[in-house]
Design a protein around this ligand. Structure first.
Ligand code: NAP
Length: 540
């Protein structure tokens, strides 16, 4: 579909932003349908999240045999995951392998941060420009920019005068950091901090953990891959991948629950939670009972179970109480997964600092000063999260020529159709974006589903000599209303989470992911496509 010029670069069919798991698969799929495509990546290497997040303990919270591409059976049969959960170096090695195996690198530009994306209605072309001024033009634009790719360091006054070293989890030095013998401060107690704290505690002379909000964390029970488990799993890989398509989070073996937590005797419920606690992982809890995230009383049974566990592990009752979350339903913020997190607070060299009651006031030359005390530190690790879901898109000046920027259009919160497209922005697609179940699912599963949907859509357009697709505002309004209605029927909006944009001062509070489940979402996407792309304006 591309036209070759003699001394000009041939124009592309598709430009893709981001060379993480999403962008690489998009490139592979675009090639497979005969489109010319190129990926632009801000980082100096491929891998996205797994390129940047090299902090100690970085590991996926979904089992490695699930958290991998499903599109190629030989790949999934041949690849060997060393552990139950993939560690960052292993996942990055896997991504590098996939890039080589499918010859993807030749169409990836590294160190090329996209600064602007402008659509020319008359020419029906997107022109993207990198921060260095390189421009590329394509008929379609796919944003695979990730949901947790815009690191956020809170604007504590005084950070610039700190004489020690400081790091953000999402921009961790590739060569690693040696904390041996240092007085270290970790700010934050989300999924990231919960993974890094036990390991930093083993190195540091002393570790202070600055906690504003306690989070629920469950044991991972990570272990080396059991060869028999792997063999049995791989023997039924295809069936499992098919099954995952109709499940709530895109992971096989975890079907939509049918029982209520309140409909069974308390002892039976406790036994179930105990079983899940011993098994390890978060999805078992999330899909334990149908009212887990719908009914406060049902949710409280699980929350109290975990609080009791925390109290039984942490020896100092005051510390245990601080670590036991009481201000949000369990699962309404991302459930964390750990290896020895609560046990770490039994170490003599670890102190939990409550910065809810006494907030951080400033960073000094020698450490952190809260409203209550001053802490001398040699190094600080900020595990303070990301401008989630919309951050990476907001950083790019995306607009139709002469029109407002997407960041302006989304000032009151993101509006999409199916989480894949945006009204007013033709021939523009987002992978795992707001309004889709992306972040509430096995990400690679959603990446494949979204990309396959986009690929089918482009084939549909080509087959009918159509050049443009754009969602109708009414279809987007209805989708946004549906996303909100589904969320409002759950306990999710009760938490100040990054799902709500609550971690970024001034960001509108809108619940962004679609929580109707992967299976239900896939069915809706399929229905829309089968009905001649209902809700879209298609034109020549
Ligand atoms: P996060 O969940 O947003 O946690 C950020 C932490 O920093 C919170 O504890 C937050 O406290 C704290 N914080 C932020 N600003 C602060 C301030 N001014 N003062 C004190 N504390 C402050 O970020 P994350 O831990 O990086 O995780 C983000 C997401 O990445 C996860 O939810 C998950 O989806 C993904 N992730 C997954 C894995 C995995 O697969 N195992 C691992 C890591 C991350 P408040 O809660 O009070 O705001």
């Amino acid at each position: 579909m591309s036209e070759a010029g003699s001394d000009r670069e041939p124009e592309l069919d598709v430009v893709i932003v981001g060379a993480g798991l999403g962008g690489l698969y998009a490139l592979h799929r675009m090639r497979a349908i005969g489109m010319t495509a190129r990926v632009y990546e801000a980082g100096g290497g491929i891998g996205g999240t797994w390129f940047w997040n090299r902090y100690p303990g970085a590991r996926c919270d979904i089992e490695s045999l699930e958290y991998s591409y499903a599109f190629d059976d030989a790949l999934q049969q041949e690849w060997k995951w060393p552990e139950r959960y993939g560690a960052q170096p292993d996942i990055l090695r896997y991504i590098e392998h996939v890039a080589d195996r499918f010859d993807l690198r030749r169409d990836v530009r590294l160190d090329a941060r996209i600064a602007t994306a402008v659509y020319d209605r008359d020419a029906n072309r997107w022109t993207l420009t990198t921060a260095d001024g390189e421009a590329v033009t394509a008929r379609f634009c796919i944003m695979a920019t990730g949901n947790l790719s815009t690191p956020r360091v809170p604007d504590f006054p005084g950070l610039e005068r700190f004489r020690g070293r400081w790091y953000h989890s999402g921009l961790w030095p590739a060569e690693g950091v040696d904390f041996t013998g240092l007085r270290v401060g970790v700010v934050g107690t989300g999924s990231t901090a919960i993974q890094m704290i036990p390991l930093i505690a083993q190195q540091a002379r002393h570790l202070h953990v600055f906690q504003r909000t306690a989070n629920f964390s469950l044991p991972a029970r990570n272990q080396p891959m059991d060869p028999e488990f792997e063999r049995a799993f791989k023997a039924e890989y295809r069936r499992r991948r098919e099954e995952a398509k109709r499940t709530p989070v895109g992971v096989s073996g975890f079907l939509a629950p049918t029982r209520s937590a309140l409909a069974i005797p308390a002892e039976e419920r406790e036994r179930r939670y105990e079983e899940l606690w011993q098994q390890g992982g978060t999805i078992g809890f999330l899909t334990s009972f149908k009212d887990f995230l719908l009914d406060e009383a049902a949710n409280e049974t699980a929350a109290e179970f975990v609080r009791r566990k925390i109290r039984s592990i942490v020896r100092d009752p005051a510390v245990a109480e601080l670590l036991a979350p009481k201000d949000h339903p369990i699962g309404s913020k991302r459930l964390c997964l750990d290896t020895g997190y609560y046990e770490t607070y039994n170490r003599d060299n670890v102190t939990l600092v409550d910065v809810r009651s006494a907030p951080i006031r400033e960073i000094t030359e020698t450490g952190i000063r809260t409203a209550a005390a001053e802490y001398e530190l040699d190094a600080m690790a900020f595990a303070t999260g990301f401008d989630a879901m919309t951050g990476a898109l907001r950083e790019i000046d995306i607009r139709v020529a002469g029109g407002p920027a997407l960041s302006e259009v989304w000032k009151a919160g993101p509006r999409t159709y199916l989480g894949l497209t945006i009204p007013g922005f033709p021939n523009f697609f987002v992978i795992t974006g707001p309004g889709s179940p992306g972040v509430k699912s096995q990400m690679i599963h959603s990446i494949e589903q979204h990309t396959d949907w986009i690929a089918d859509c482009l084939v549909h357009l080509r087959g009918r000599q159509l050049a443009r697709i754009e969602p109708e505002p009414a279809a987007s309004d209805a989708w946004v209303a549906h996303v909100n209605a589904v969320a409002d029927a759950t306990l999710y909006p009760r938490a100040d989470s990054w799902y709500m944009g609550a971690n970024i001062p001034g960001k509108p509070r809108v619940f962004m992911p679609y929580v109707g489940g992967v299976g239900a979402y896939r069915a809706k996407c399929e229905e829309v496509a089968a009905d001649n792309y209902r809700g879209f304006a298609l034109s020549r």
